[in-house]
Design a protein around this ligand. Structure first.
Ligand code: NOJ
Length: 753
């Protein structure tokens, strides 16, 4: 086999992505001359000031402290986060531009993650829609709302590849796949920034967390990541590259170390890859205190050493800790860091401020009429929630008839705060519509008998069971809305056991005894393992916390106004003990398979010690997940037939087309996510068993069929070989047009030189 060497480059695929979503090279191209001019006037204190990102508690009361104002007057701060009172922001900006010596405006950052006041589904939910345009429209709505109050920089999108559902921050991710994540990340960047950052409703986006944060050991937050460089480049860095190509304004380093070097002081990532290979000229900010956390990591001896490590690696702005402010001047005076290195950091900060047009237009935009939580914004949030719900099981009990009575039980049926999910600093429960609100509206109060059973998801006692069972007895069918409270996922909220918390399972089992249709609706921040509970219920409609409009969306889905069309953006394990778990794994030398599987109860007592018959699986859990990546049902069925490839051999540099006929064989209009996977059978380094390359979400009427065609450029088959060259190798490839990562029509082609 011959290796085709290609220099590290923008692949066709990403060129394609860029053409779809990309911002025409940050239209407000800043004048480098202006940056140089300004830089030449700056004192070293003012330069260091630009690298400081200071926080203020959003709960702070009383007037702005005089000392804080003085810091701004002295040019000792470049940006703030969490200043949430608009008049305080206005005042600080006024001081920066009118009272500081050089009048350099401030950045105001905020975690606007999946909505500002109008809350959209958590990012994992947005990814479950497989409709990047919904992520873009969510980000657009967020930017319009947040810029109205003066936020000009958001710490989103998060594009960490997450293969472990125990990790709480999987909620903020787009899941486990690098292509899905890249496309959703780029869509969100476009939604936040538009194609012109100087647009008054544009907000600078942040690609975070650079990098490998999703690979933390055991799913424990802040932990260690060990990722071989090839995989780092082919999987974990891929979304960041796509975002860089799409003009993302800034990036945030992650808390974790990667292969022994904390991300915040990582020269390979920040210098060689980002600035060298990618020529990225946006700004790089640390995560909260991640500069000083390099001391605990054992990578820096003290704060001064941490400042040196971070600045030398090329970190432009330090979030909340103050090592740059305290030590950079001294470090430069001692000759350990060249002033030119500081100048480079400052250039990147100033460039962002020019791109945002802050020098010309530093203040919050004036609005005649607020669009916050407008009907249009809420409708967009509802659409995203509708398209994100995943039907995991259905024994003909969904959609439910409008006639008859419903017992609505469960801790999330009327939990306006919880349905928003993690990272919603600005969302408020009072603005949200719950499932109870929506079903009462649809069916009439008298037809919805509500008893939560458990006041919140973790309740262990059974005190509310009697009332819940009594309510269920009176109704024709039961809808149990459970899951996880918002606080059980997100940063620092990893779980080892990812089943339904509290005594939810016990209550479901009691309700099942009534022999009435029992529908389980789950809202959660991660896949929730269901064990044998799945056998007690007739249907499961799963929602990653859907946000403000959870109620109306779930009600429409339950009543069949819309057929569910979400598909899993992550592999769904049977138990947290299977994690990490992901579809694009390697084959191993002893791939698990159904034929050879030996279960724990198949082993004779006092069996002779032998590995024969066993392969890479667990005796007690097998090797399959509960549901594969890409999986989801709807109220209709689809058939896949007639796979055709336009060639069986392709030359490197060319492309191949594959098509199949997808038919709606059921009785309702519904959407299908048609997925396109490949496998590179033999490689210089081993390749995954499948890799998603593309998909199309199509809607078909009953009986309708459509030929779905995918075109694959051979550059999309590239990967990093042992020598860390990005290569496309000649050889055999499998491909699938499939409803999920574990099935589909299989074809084959050969790639030739
Ligand atoms: C820490 C989190 O890791 C990061 O995602 C967030 O943007 C910052 N804190 C700021 O709140």
């Amino acid at each position: 086999m011959r290796l085709i060497f290609r220099p590290i480059k923008r692949t066709f695929f990403y060129a394609f992505l860029v053409s779809l979503f990309c911002l025409p090279a940050l239209a407000a191209t800043p004048s480098e001359a202006k940056i140089e001019q300004l830089l030449s006037k700056m004192t070293i204190t003012e330069k260091i000031g630009q690298t400081n990102l200071r926080g203020r508690s959003s709960r702070a009361t009383g007037p702005l402290p005089e000392a804080l104002k003085q810091t701004v007057i002295d040019g000792k701060v470049g940006a703030f986060l969490n200043v949430m009172k608009p008049h305080e922001r206005d005042e600080l900006q006024r001081i920066a531009v009118e009272e500081s010596r050089l009048g350099i405006p401030l950045l105001f950052g905020r975690d606007v993650i999946h909505g500002f006041k109008t809350i959209f589904p958590i990012p994992l939910g947005l990814a479950a829609s497989w409709q990047p345009e919904l992520a873009e429209s969510g980000a657009r709505v967020s930017a319009i709302e947040a810029t109205e109050l003066g936020v000009n920089w958001t710490f989103a999108p998060m594009m960490d590849i997450a293969r472990d559902p125990r990790w709480g921050r999987i909620a903020e991710s787009f899941g486990e796949d690098p292509v899905l994540t890249s496309i959703f990340s780029v869509a969100m960047v476009k939604g936040f920034q538009t194609d012109d950052l100087s647009n008054p409703t544009a907000m600078a986006a942040t690609a975070k967390h650079l990098v490998g944060y999703g690979a933390v050991e055991g799913g424990r937050d802040y932990n260690t990541s060990l990722i071989p460089e090839g995989e780092l480049r082919d999987v974990y860095l891929k979304p960041f590259k796509a975002a860089a190509d799409a003009g993302v304004a800034s990036m945030m380093t992650s808390f974790n170390e990667i292969n022994g070097v904390p991300a915040t002081g990582n020269k390979l990532i920040l210098k060689d890859v980002l600035r060298g290979e990618w020529q990225y000229d946006g700004m790089v900010v640390s995560d909260w205190d991640s500069v000083i956390e390099m001391i605990a990591h054992g990578f820096a001896a003290d704060k001064k050493h941490a400042a040196l490590r971070a600045a030398d690696a090329g970190l432009d702005m330090e979030m909340t800790s103050d090592t740059y402010e305290l030590y950079l001047e001294e470090i430069i005076a001692e000759g350990k860091l060249d002033i030119k290195q500081l100048d480079d950091l400052v250039r990147n900060v100033l460039r962002l401020k020019y791109r945002l047009n802050l020098f010309e237009s530093p203040h919050r935009r004036e609005v005649k009429e607020s669009s916050i939580l407008s009907a249009e914004h809420r409708q967009k949030a509802k659409e995203a929630a509708l398209q994100s719900a995943i039907l995991l099981k259905n024994n003909n009990s969904l959609p439910m008839p409008k006639k008859g009575t419903v017992a609505l039980i469960g801790p999330l049926a009327h939990a306006a705060h919880e349905q928003m999910g993690t990272w919603v600093f600005d969302g408020r429960a009072k603005n949200n519509i719950t499932v109870l609100d929506a079903l009462q509206q649809e069916l009439g109060n008298e037809n919805v008998i509500f008893a939560e059973g458990l006041a919140y998801s973790r309740v262990m006692n059974h005190d509310g069971f009697t009332a819940a069972i009594a309510a269920a007895k009176k109704a024709d069918r039961i809808v149990f809305v459970g899951g996880e409270e918002a606080i059980l996922s997100g940063e620092a909220h990893s779980r080892a056991d990812i089943s339904l918390p509290g005594s939810q399972e016990a209550l479901i089992k009691e309700l099942a005894k009534l022999n009435k249709p029992l529908i389980l609706v789950i809202m959660a921040g991660r896949p929730i393992t269901m064990g044998n509970i799945i056998d007690y219920v007739d249907a499961v409609l799963f929602n990653f916390h859907p946000g403000t409009m959870a109620g109306p969306a779930i009600s429409d889905l339950l009543l069949g106004k819309v057929s569910p069309s979400g598909r899993l953006p992550v592999t769904w394990p049977k138990s947290g003990a299977q994690a990490p778990i992901y579809y694009n794994h390697k084959n191993t030398g002893r791939p698990a398979n159904d034929k050879d599987f030996v279960g724990i109860n198949d082993i004779p007592v006092q069996a002779w010690q032998s590995s024969l018959g066993n392969d890479s699986h667990y005796l007690d859990l097998g090797f399959r997940p509960a549901y594969p990546f890409g999986y989801g049902l709807t109220y209709s069925q689809f058939s896949y037939a007639d796979l055709k490839l336009d060639q069986s051999q392709i030359k490197i540099g060319g492309s191949i087309k594959a098509s199949a006929i997808i038919k709606n064989t059921g009785k309702r209009e519904a959407s299908e996510v048609v997925q396109f996977y490949i496998q590179d059978v033999v490689g210089d380094v081993t390749r995954p068993v499948r890799e998603l390359k593309n998909w199309q979400k199509i809607t078909l009427k009953p009986g309708e069929s459509r030929t779905v065609t995918f075109e694959l450029q051979t550059d999309e088959l590239s990967f990093h070989n042992i020598a860390m060259q990005e290569v496309v190798e000649a050889g055999d490839f499998n491909l699938w047009i499939a409803p999920n990562a574990d099935s589909g029509l299989k074809g084959h082609f050969e790639l030739i030189e």
